[in-house]
Design a protein. Structure first.
Length: 135
């Protein structure tokens, strides 16, 4: 990933965080954004990735930048395609690779959906996102 690609996508993710926070405050149904959805949005700003590459080339480096600058993890806002469950609803979560940084830091284990959802909420509800990329 180039920093130029991350800078181009950053405003999309900040706008998404604001939209998700507003929906939560207004108790509206949340629209989950998958890797497929993000790829479509990225094309609007000239960044062409596929659902297979977007995590490694864009979201993992952006996650590292956010954590390095002690900011909430914007990559937590994006989920893999929801998987149908036989018991109820859909399984919502990021890809397995999303947890790697946190596992290395000893904060969680892969697949800890409660941990991910806390990171999601923190990124969604953070009110001090700079409008321009901070990196």
């Amino acid at each position: 990933m180039s920093l130029d690609s991350a800078r181009a996508v950053y405003p999309l993710l900040v706008r998404l965080a604001h939209d998700l926070a507003q929906a939560a405050r207004e108790r509206r149904t949340t629209v989950w954004i998958s890797y497929d959805d993000l790829c479509q949005r990225c094309k609007e700003v000239g960044v062409k990735e596929t659902p297979r590459t977007i995590s490694a080339k864009l979201l993992k480096p952006l996650q590292a930048i956010c954590l390095e600058h002690k900011m909430p993890d914007l990559s937590a806002l994006i989920i893999q395609k929801p998987k149908a469950r036989s018991d109820f609803g859909n399984l919502l979560r990021p890809s397995d690779g999303w947890w790697e940084t946190y596992v290395e830091r000893g904060e969680t284990t892969v697949g800890d959906v409660v941990f991910w959802f806390k990171q999601y909420q923190t990124a969604r509800d953070f009110t001090d996102w700079p409008e321009a990329p901070f990196f």
